[in-house]
Design a binder for this molecule. Structure first.
Ligand SMILES: [Zn+2]
Length: 629
């Protein structure tokens, strides 16, 4: 797809957790699996910002009328519960933010002032997030292109959402207050792959400081996507950087679909969406649809809403968009005419609905089977969304899904959500402080790439990949200890990649277990061909390398044992050897390797096979003709 012709623009907002204690208290920045037992509840409502406006996103969150439940953990205190004012900002965290700013050639602010940013989804107990501008106007060069960094912020992370039940959202406080550096890029990224590469480049730079947290969820990206004629969509909190290209591709697809739908609606002369709602409950008294029947049984209703001119534009198009808006009102799902009859709703019921709503073949309709209040609220939510479809793409925030798709979460937050934090004094950033940080700047990723390629005699492309995937430190540790640098690089890049595609969590294998793997290999306890199997076993069973090798029954063959196997294969392959002579070697190699499966090194097998084959084919000839054909 020609993304440049589509006018694709992508900008990233990178959030990286710092490896220090929390920003406004001395608690440790670690996630906890078991809560400390204490729970408390809060409700939040939107307030006016400094400018006297109330943010649209905040209003919409408030409409969900949720109660927020917070789980305290052993590493949370009264600051996180918003029962105690914030302590002075963590100086180490500010130093790291400034260090990152200098690495990005940004201009540090002379004074750091914390602001409160209204957050009403409950992820902050206080109802706001503290955030401070640290530097302006930086940039990062990647693939020969300059990506601008207009702002670098230091802020506190939000509480960790554990789940949502009807009317209630549960958060754990362990993540709340972990220092985050937020880096916003200019939107001059032009393809999905470039978006992923830029994300990786920033990730490498952040890791170069060795002062950031590592692992899934420690870096999260908001991906802003728009195409010509479309609108800015913010995909919020992407954790899996490898998926960024997919998210962008799918969002481009979605915006193109919405633009095509809008063009078709205008072609059909659709200008408005009526808000007339009809109660169709009597039509469904004897319905076979389980969903509808149970809604009615619980005292609910079936409401019908007509979308004139929308026929065939719902299924796989506007349908999912409307359903996402209905969910805001607490409705699990909707039925629409493009997929009816279906879901137990009979053709006769569809005809009755069409008659009651007076719809023609060009019209669509939506049914909501729910409690009356909720069903009406759901349609109220869907009307503006359907109306926006006539224009094209409504700007909004979307939530990433694991499969690379996204789902509507709320309108884009506006500017009306900042006001000064009066509990935290401003901090002057002195020249001395900046000089001290500047003196100890870490090796930049591009320098690391060149050094790895040179010092370990690996290909520069491999070195770059090691840095990009964040395994360069691991590589250096293992390569320094065991040598075999090319093999180590191959395992960390390709074998790991292969196993990840099998959904195995190789990234969770402890470093010590990996060192053990290579030390067993070096000791000849198994052959390098068995590495993928051993790693697979380690990742799957959570066992150490010794255990994995024992489980698999792979142990290194002695030369004598290998010779016995080779001779057996040669005996079984007499016809082949008779027909093709030494040319049979390649085929024979495959047969032997299959038999020794990971118990002998390929090079050794080849050597033994060559010698045994030669003595069999030309037993009377003298040695020394090796290699001549
Ligand atoms: Zn604390």
């Amino acid at each position: 797809m020609d993304y440049r012709a589509l006018g694709l623009k992508v900008g990233l907002e990178i959030h990286q957790q710092l490896a220090t204690r929390k920003l406004f208290c001395a608690c440790t920045s670690a996630l906890v699996d078991t809560p400390g037992g204490q729970r408390f509840r809060r409700r939040l409502r939107p307030t006016q910002s400094e400018l006297g406006e109330v943010d649209a996103a905040a209003i919409e969150e408030a409409k969900r009328r949720l109660t927020f439940v917070y789980e305290a953990t052993p590493n949370s205190c009264l600051v996180e519960a918003d029962e105690e004012p914030p302590h002075l900002p963590n100086t180490e965290a500010l130093d790291i933010a400034l260090e990152i700013a200098l690495l990005l050639n940004a201009k540090p602010a002379s004074e750091v002032d914390f602001m409160r940013k209204i957050v009403i989804d409950g992820s902050n107990t206080a109802g706001f997030q503290r955030s401070a501008l640290v530097a302006l106007d930086g940039s990062l060069e990647t693939n020969g292109k300059r990506i601008g960094v207009p702002t670098i912020l230091l802020e506190e992370d939000a509480a960790r959402k554990l789940g949502e039940t009807e009317g209630e959202v549960v958060y754990r406080l362990d993540r709340l207050g972990i220092p985050l550096v937020e880096i916003a890029t200019t939107p001059n990224i032009e393809t999905p792959e470039e978006a992923r590469d830029v994300a990786f480049a920033f990730g490498s730079l952040l890791r170069a400081t060795q002062k950031v947290l590592r692992g899934i969820g420690t870096i999260r990206e908001d991906v802003n996507v728009s195409i010509e004629g479309g609108a800015r969509i913010e995909i919020k909190g992407v954790q899996e950087l490898r998926l960024i290209a997919t998210f962008v591709e799918k969002e481009v697809e979605r915006q193109r679909m919405l633009l095509a739908v809008a063009a078709e609606l205008r072609r059909r002369g659709v200008r408005t969406v009526p808000s007339v709602v009809q109660d169709l409950t009597p039509t469904f008294r004897d319905t076979q649809s389980k969903v509808v029947a149970s809604a009615i049984k619980e005292g609910g209703v079936v409401l019908g809403w007509t979308l004139p001119g929308f026929a065939d534009l719902l299924k796989g198009k506007l349908g999912p968009e409307l359903a996402a808006h209905a969910r805001i009102a607490g409705v699990a799902g909707i039925f629409h005419s493009d997929e009816l009859p279906g879901y137990g709703i009979a053709p006769s019921e569809v005809d009755a609905v069409r008659t009651a709503l007076q719809t023609g073949p060009g019209d669509a309709f939506v049914l909501v089977a729910e409690d009356d209040g909720k069903a009406r609220a759901a349609i109220e939510e869907m009307i503006p969304r359907a109306t926006a479809a006539i224009e094209g793409v409504p700007p909004e925030t979307r939530e990433p899904r694991r499969d690379g798709t996204t789902v509507y979460s709320r309108p884009l937050p506006g500017k009306a959500r900042m006001y000064p934090e009066t509990d935290v004094p401003p901090i002057r950033v002195t020249r001395e402080r900046l000089d001290r940080i500047r003196e100890h700047l870490p090796e930049r990723p591009e320098v690391t790439v060149a050094r790895l390629a040179r010092d370990y005699a690996i290909h520069e492309q491999q070195a770059r990949q090691l840095v990009q995937e964040g395994v360069d430190e691991l590589f250096e540790m293992i390569a320094r200890e065991f040598g075999e640098t090319k093999l180590v690089a191959t395992v960390l890049l390709y074998t790991f990649g292969e196993l990840r595609r099998e959904n195995l969590n190789v990234d969770n294998i402890p470093v010590d277990h990996l060192r053990e793997l290579f030390s067993l290999l070096k000791a000849g306890r198994f052959a390098k061909e068995a590495i993928p199997d051993v790693l697979r076993e380690m990742a799957r069973g959570g066992v150490r390398a010794t255990g994995a090798v024992a489980n698999l029954g792979v142990k290194g063959l002695t030369r004598e044992e290998l010779e016995t196997i080779v001779d057996a294969v040669l005996r079984e392959s007499e016809d082949l050897i008779a027909a093709r002579g030494e040319a049979a070697e390649k085929a024979l190699m495959g047969r032997v390797m299959e038999r020794v499966r990971g118990r002998a090194d390929g090079k050794l097998v080849s050597e033994v096979l060559h010698a045994r084959l030669e003595s069999r084919v030309r037993p009377k000839e003298k040695k020394g003709k090796k290699g001549k054909r």
